[in-house]
Write a new protein. Structure first.
Length: 257
């Protein structure tokens, strides 16, 4: 199958029921976004912040206590929920196609880069929009690690939720028939993402894990345990066996000629 075109993807994410699960887990997702904001606040506590692919605006709802916030989103249903629920005005469109009248101290892309058709164009646009010394926060799935794929199979047997196993280096097909909850156009490993950012004028200041889950009860305890195991492996062995990657980078001066 050919890669889906942008209009197909926009229609897919604009379905009226797209964010029903998010809204049904609002309290759990509040915790998720507060966790992510705490990470941002380690590096910057004020200024201007742009959240790319902001969904229903939940992150911006919390971030605006510290920052002057802006957001982009291709989903018209997500934009309407953000307006109605949080009083946020979100820009409709892709980062590359939108015009901005300011630059930003922080840009966040939480599970967005894997969805865009041209990651290089997106990262270059982020760099152009950042102030000197500004920070870029990128979270993506860790889909193609051989070690993670093997451990994922074991953890699934133990009942750890949301551990998707596509086989060793195996990736799901791109389909828009509703069988996939998300459409991933690209896939990353930590070394690939680091090299990619450095080639585009960024200095990586932290390479860690994104605590992406929004669960409660026993499911949350299992996810907490898996996260602790992942952090220990990252610290002791320098490998990422976790489901996600979180890379924090700083705009590092002009690109080399």
């Amino acid at each position: 199958m050919e890669r889906p075109i942008s209009t197909e993807i926009e229609k897919y994410y604009s379905r009226e029921d797209k964010y029903d699960t998010w809204l049904s887990k609002e309290k759990e997702r509040d915790i998720l976004w507060r966790r992510r904001l705490e990470v941002v606040l380690k590096y910057r506590r004020s200024g201007t912040l742009l959240d790319v692919g902001t969904g229903i605006g939940q992150f911006l709802h919390f971030a605006r206590r510290y920052f002057e916030v802006s957001g982009t989103e291709i989903s018209t249903s997500g934009i309407e929920i953000a307006r109605r629920k949080y009083g946020l005005t979100i820009l409709n469109g892709t980062l590359e196609n939108l015009a901005f009248d300011m630059k930003f101290d922080v840009i966040t892309l939480y599970h967005v880069l894997e969805h865009v058709p041209d990651p290089s164009s997106t990262i270059r646009r982020c760099r152009d929009l950042l102030n000197s010394g500004g920070f870029l926060f990128i979270a993506v799935p860790n889909d193609v690690s051989r070690i993670r794929a093997s451990i994922a199979r074991l953890l699934r047997k133990l009942g750890i939720p949301k551990i998707h196993d596509h086989g060793v280096m195996g990736l799901p097909k791109l389909v828009l028939d509703g069988s996939l909850p998300e459409i991933h156009m690209s896939h990353f490993t930590s070394p690939v993402l680091r090299s990619f950012l450095e080639r585009n004028g960024f200095e990586v200041v932290e390479d860690t894990l994104d605590r992406f889950y929004a669960e409660s009860g026993g499911a949350r305890l299992k996810n907490d345990l898996f996260h602790l195991i992942g952090m220990a492996a990252r610290k002791l062995f320098g490998i990422n066996i976790y489901s996600t990657i979180l890379t924090i980078a700083r705009k590092d001066g002009p690109l080399p000629s």
